[in-house]
Structure formats: C-alpha cells, structure tokens
Design a protein around this ligand. Structure first.
Ligand code: ADP
Length: 437
C-alpha cells in the first residue's frame, strides 16, 4: 500500500512538470517571453509544485480513514505482534473488518479472510453481538466461540478495543480478538459428569437389588426359610459387588492423585507374578486353566510400587482367566527388550489367553472407565469395568505402557512395558519364579 502511495505522488509530480513545460513553451512560441525568463520560470514552478506534493498526505477516497492509518506503517508491526502471540488473535478495524490475524486464528477459523467483515465469516450470534457491543461502547467484551465439525472445539473470545498510535497521523481505533482454548477444560468437565453418572448407576443397581430383597424378606418370604437362604446369598453377592466397586473407585482416585509421582523403590517383577498367581489359584483351579510362566534367569527390576504392580498384574491375569477361560490356557512371559529411547531397556510382561478374543473396534476403548465389551458377562464375572482403567493409571505413574493385541476366535495378549533399572541394586536378587507350569 505504501508503494502505491509513492507511485501516485510521482505521477502527480510528472503531471505538474509537464503542465509547466507546456505553459512556458506556449508563452515563448507566442513571442511574449524571452527563453531565459521562460527557463527560470519553468524551474521555479516545478520546484514549488514538487515541494507542495511532498507535504500532501495521499488518502484514496475509497479507503476508510482508520484502515488507511493502520496501513502505514502500523499494519506490518501489528501483524508481527500477532504472529508472536501464543494464542489465536485477530485484529479488526472500527468497521469490524479483519486487518490482521495470526496463523493460529486462521487454523481455528479457516473461513477468515483479510479485508472482509468478521461477521460475514464467523456467523455465531453471541460472538457477533460481542464485537458489535465492543465497537458501540468502546468497552471490552467476551463471548463463547465453539465449533462442532470436524472436531469439537471451545474457545472463550475476548474482544478488546484499543488504539494503535500511527506515526504523526494520530491514532486508529481497533479491536483485538483473543481466543482462549477451553476445549480440554470442557472435555474434562464432561468426563467428570459421565463418571459420576456411571458410578452412581453402577452403585444403584446392586443397591436396588438389596432393597428389593429386604422388602421381600420382611413381607412375602418372612416365613420361608428356603427362600430366605437363597435371597441372603444373592444379597451377599450384591453387597460384595458394591464393596468391590467402592474399592476400585478409591484405588483409582488414589492412583490418579499420585500419578505425577514416579515410584522409586527397586522392585523385582518375578516375585510379583508368583504372588499374583498364588492369589488366583482358586480361580485357576475352578476354571481348569493351565497357566505357564516363562521368565529369564536374570531378575527384571523396575522402579515401582509393589502393591500397585500386584494390582496391575492381578487385573490382567484375572481377566485372562475369566474372559479367556474357554481357551483353557494362559501364558505369561517375562523378558527384557530394547526400550523406545536409544540405549534403554524395558521389562516386557505379556499375558496371553486363548479365549474368544476382542473385536478390533473395542480395543482403543478398553482402558476407559466402565467400558466393557459385554456388560452382562462382566457383571456375571464380578467385574466393575474399572480394572483396565486402573492398569492404565498405574502404568502412567510407573512411566510404563500397555499394548493389547487380539484376534477374534484366537484370544488376546495384554503386554506391559516398564523401564528397567540398568544396574540391579547390591544384594542377592529374589529370582524365585524361573519357569513353571
Ligand atoms: P471388568 O471389571 O469388567 O473386568 P476391565 O476394565 O478389567 O473391567 O475390562 C474391561 C472389559 O474388557 C471387560 O469387561 C471385558 O469385556 C474386556 N476384557 C478384558 N480382558 C479381556 C480378555 N482377556 N479377553 C476378552 N475380553 C477382555
């Protein structure tokens, strides 16, 4: 824009000089003026015309005054400031026309174009109203800005009127629109609401069963010893389910609270697996499942919290015994493997069952709280839907990770990776697992 202003000035100067030349020549040709005086007159006239033009501000009538003032040299400075800001920012002139925006703003609102009124491109009533109010009152406003497609996004927009000083020409009134990302906050809010709804639903179901049986025992089954025995057994199962749910919820919130603290105690994985298998002996026997364990000779030592690691592997092995029972076999393999970072090593523990497997569409959601492939089966197995969520959070705290591979009809493999301590601490390691069937 500055370039075109200079061009206009040059053309104006040339026009005046040409006019002076034509006037002076016509006087000479008419014979009324000597060539010497004509030359002096031409030089004086041209110099005066050039000086006059230098002092004239070029303002094309098609441009609004505020926009023109920002063009020289403020617009490029304004753009540089917007580019340096970490949030999406748009600058509007006092007519609501976009005069600058940074790439972050362009990313959240691809429809935005320079030199177009913002309300033609972002048609959100609350947002437009905030811009209009800021223009009308000169006061800062804020509004919510949300997108539904292609992904849900929420932003809080602050509309801030301000004046940009521009050279000697005074100042121009602008609006700065800054966008504060609320998307993560909104998602967490929604997850929390879903979680409370799910937890209350899970607790209400056994509670309703208990209340129903208490009513029956107080009324129609009061004098029926056989029914009383049966109902008391069911009530006990429902009460245990509530207790399990509360235990899992408490464990989950305790682990979440300390998720940022990395446990430091050197802990050997072999004895942990042995303890888990001992605790699940009854289930293994009851379902007639053969469990094999393969472990290396050297101990696999990680920094960990023993109780949490026991809970982690108990969940995985118990799931394999419950949901993969039809395969009649569960293989547990411990080994060391190269880590994701160059030069690091990881402990790799896989729990493989030969049951019905899990359809691929469920795999990414299995570690969500209360997510089950088959709610009925999970409840029948005494599941709470929180086991794998617990596994995920324990692993986060231990800087580990979980992979799940499954093929329908051939079973599932849940593999845990944990960073290994490079040099085992002094003292004889407890390498009690070895290999057992
Ligand atoms: P639950 O308390 O229901 O067992 P989890 O979070 O431990 O909850 O597991 C979530 C769901 O994942 C289970 O309900 C089950 O549908 C599925 N699942 C977990 N492990 C296996 C497995 N080894 N084979 C088949 N399905 C499994």
């Amino acid at each position: 824009m500055q370039r075109s202003a200079t061009a206009i000035r040059v053309w104006q100067s040339l026009g005046l000089i040409a006019t002076a030349a034509v006037v002076v020549t016509s006087f000479v040709v008419a014979g009324g003026l000597s060539p010497l005086f004509a030359g002096i007159g031409f030089v004086v006239f041209s110099a005066a015309a050039l000086l006059a033009i230098r002092n004239v501000q070029v303002t094309p009538s098609s441009m609004p005054a505020s926009q023109t003032a920002v063009e020289q040299p403020g617009r490029s400075q304004l753009q540089a400031i917007l580019d340096a800001l970490p949030d999406p920012v748009i600058a509007l002139n006092s007519a609501g026309v976009v005069i600058a925006l940074n790439s972050r703003a362009q990313a959240i609102a691809p429809a935005l174009r320079l030199q177009e009124p913002v309300w033609l491109m972002l048609r959100m009533p609350a947002f437009i109203e905030a811009v209009r109010r800021a223009i009308a009152t000169g006061q800062a406003q804020h509004a919510e800005f949300s997108e539904r497609v292609p992904v849900e996004l929420w932003h809080e927009v602050h509309v801030i009127p301000f004046s940009l000083p521009v050279g000697l020409q005074g100042s121009s009134n602008l609006l700065l629109l800054t966008f504060h990302d609320l998307t993560t906050h909104r998602r967490v809010e929604r997850m929390r609401a879903d979680f409370v709804a799910n937890a209350s639903h899970e607790l209400r179901t056994p509670l309703a069963a208990l209340t129903g049986f208490i009513d029956t025992l107080q009324g129609p089954a009061r004098d029926d010893p056989a029914a009383r025995e049966r109902f008391l057994n069911i009530m006990q199962a429902q009460a245990s389910r509530m207790a399990r749910l509360i235990d899992d919820l408490l464990s989950l919130s305790r682990i979440e609270l300390s998720e940022h603290i990395n446990p430091q105690t050197p802990t050997e994985l072999g004895p942990i697996i042995r303890q888990v298998l001992d605790a699940l002996q009854n289930l293994t026997r009851e379902r007639e499942i053969e469990v094999t364990v393969v472990a290396p000779d050297e101990p696999l030592i990680v920094r960990g919290d023993r109780d949490e690691l026991i809970s982690l592997f108990e969940n995985l092995v118990e799931n394999a015994l419950k949901y993969g029972a039809s395969g009649k076999r569960v293989d547990i393999r411990l080994e060391s493997a190269p880590g994701q970072d160059a030069g690091s090593t990881e402990a790799k523990v896989s729990v493989r069952d030969y049951g019905p497997g899990i359809a691929p569409e469920h795999l990414p959601r299995l570690t969500e709280r209360f997510y089950r492939v088959d709610v009925g089966q999970s409840r029948a197995e005494g599941g709470t839907g929180l086991g794998l969520a617990l596994v995920k959070h324990i692993l986060n705290r231990h800087r580990g990770r979980l992979t799940i591979a499954s093929t329908l009809g051939s079973g599932s493999t849940f593999t845990v990776f944990l960073p290994l301590i490079q040099s085992p601490p002094p003292g004889p390691p407890d390498n009690s697992v070895g290999s057992m069937t």
